[in-house]
Ligand binder design. Structure first.
Ligand SMILES: [Zn+2]
Length: 95
């Protein structure tokens, strides 16, 4: 394991799961044209995303194994991952 491996930002795999759940619940949207992900401030969809988190932990879904039982961390990441996305995807920004 090299030094860069050691200092790799932690949680990339966890963020990936959080993004996937945000997409499934409609908190984030993925453009069918450019595949870009956008955050259109759909906060009203967050409870649906949180419900998905609880369901996956309650059923020990393999997709959340990377969290090692840390449900709170995933609930936090549902919000924190949104910071990296713009309101519109690239192709809609250009238009
Ligand atoms: Zn697009």
């Amino acid at each position: 394991m090299g030094i860069f491996e050691y200092f790799r930002p932690p949680g990339a795999a966890r963020d990936k799961v959080a993004i996937e759940i945000d997409l499934a619940a409609g908190v984030l949207e993925q453009c069918l044209v450019c595949r870009g992900i956008s955050d259109q401030q759909r906060d009203e969809r967050l409870p649906a995303a949180e419900l998905l988190v609880h369901q996956r932990f309650d059923h020990a879904d393999p997709s959340i194994a990377v969290f090692a039982g840390d449900r709170e961390d995933l609930l936090r990441r549902l919000r924190s991952v949104r910071d990296r996305f713009d309101y519109r995807c690239a192709c809609h920004s250009a238009g």
